[in-house]
Design a protein around this ligand. Structure first.
Ligand code: GLU
Length: 385
């Protein structure tokens, strides 16, 4: 068996970060807000913003998932130390979130980076329709060059319907954004074989390729509240990320320029899935049972082969009954199976716009829609492309 305690001496994790197409960075409250004074650590935030700008400048999309609203709001409202009631944390979040968003805006704007606030609830990521909406919004923001700054909508979230921790929210956002790397900037530098607070000789784990029972045991066993500084929720996040082919790092974020440090080999635990994100998604699409089909003309078939999205103009016929986001087959007029995709429109809408130009969509449907019937990122072609 491969030794579990080997560190990432190969630099594989850092390499994935450098090559990422889409990066999600989760920032914990402890990094943003000084534990003693409750003040925003804005000098540190500036260094993070510089890292984000540098990563974006080389063509990587970046999504930030940031905690800190409750910590900032409780200071502003002068709430007592110790545990807050649900109502108190909701009020604190309402006050703190506006400050948090402003802090990102002020840190990113000098680099010419436009920030966008996105507040999600658990339901937004679990309910299919809302999941697709959240996904479309993130895609549109990224396509327009904006950097989403996501947090849970703590002001309306109650205990039964909330994530409560941004580790798992970060992993879901990574999934929604089709990210290939998720970085959890934390107050711990990763996973140890024993709790380093209790055992002096605890060894750091550099790379995890599979979350085995042994690894779970190191995090304190599932269900152990707050074990090793939230390692349980971090492992849950790692599982979600790895399932989508997304690599995940846990590293200490408190240093200046924490992302540059991670790229330069800072101590971290890297969770490295076998599959890459794009492949994992294509396999997932390929493995689903189609609920209908788009019958496309020869021109559209050629365009698909060149890596283009499927436009309504090239769709001759729509078969079956499906909703937006459902899997559909793509077939030629002669009946050849060309591929599979997630439909950008329901079957009812697709029938209305099939054969028409994208510019006519709004008039035909009565509302603006997406330009493609199926986006190339949501498609797999049996020809291999
Ligand atoms: N969403 C919470 C906040 O912004 C933080 C949750 C967490 O720390 O993981 O204050």
């Amino acid at each position: 068996m491969a030794p579990l305690t080997s560190d990432d001496t190969s630099g594989e994790g850092a390499g994935r970060l450098k090559a990422a197409r889409t990066l999600v960075v989760k920032i914990g409250s402890a990094l943003l807000v000084d534990a003693g004074t409750g003040a925003l650590r804005d000098a540190w935030l500036k260094t993070l913003a510089a890292d984000v700008a540098a990563i974006r400048a080389r063509g990587t999309d970046v999504v930030i998932v940031s905690s800190g609203s409750i910590a900032l709001g409780r200071r502003a409202l002068k709430l007592p130390r110790g545990a807050l009631t649900l109502e108190q944390s909701q009020a604190a979040a309402a006050v703190g979130q506006i400050r948090l968003a402003r802090a990102y805006e002020e840190a990113l704007a000098p680099h010419g980076v436009i920030s966008a606030q996105v507040l999600l609830t658990l339901d937004d990521t679990q309910n299919r329709r809302r999941y697709l909406n959240a996904r479309a919004t993130l895609q549109e923001l990224l396509a327009n060059g904006a950097t989403p700054v996501v947090n849970e909508n703590d002001t309306v979230a109650t205990d039964e319907i909330r994530y409560g921790d941004n580790d798992r929210l970060g992993a879901r956002v990574a999934q929604i954004a089709d990210a290939d790397v998720l970085v959890l900037l934390s107050d711990v530098d990763g996973l140890y074989d024993k709790n380093p607070r209790d055992f002096e000789g605890a060894s750091h784990i550099g790379v995890v390729r599979e979350i085995s029972a042994e690894i779970e045991a190191m995090a304190g066993g599932t269900g152990t509240e707050g074990a090793k500084g939230g390692m349980v929720t971090k492992l849950m996040a790692a599982k979600t990320a790895m399932r989508g082919g997304c690599a995940m790092a846990i590293t200490k974020g408190a240093v200046d320029h924490p992302l540059a440090a991670l790229e330069n080999g800072a101590l971290a635990t890297w969770f490295l899935p076998k599959e890459d994100a794009a492949r994992a998604k294509k396999q997932w699409i390929a493995g689903m049972k189609p609920m209908g089909a788009f019958i496309v003309d020869a021109g559209a078939a050629r365009a698909l082969g060149q890596g283009k999205s499927l436009l309504p103009a090239g769709v001759k016929r729509v078969v079956g009954s499906f909703e937006r986001g459902d899997p559909v087959a793509i077939e030629s007029e002669e009946g050849a199976a060309l591929g599979a995709a997630l439909a950008s429109y329901s079957a009812v809408e697709a029938r209305v716009i099939a054969g028409r130009r994208s510019g006519e969509i709004e008039e035909l449907l009565g509302y603006p829609g997406r330009a493609a019937m199926a986006h190339r990122d949501d498609m797999v072609l049996w020809g291999g492309a």
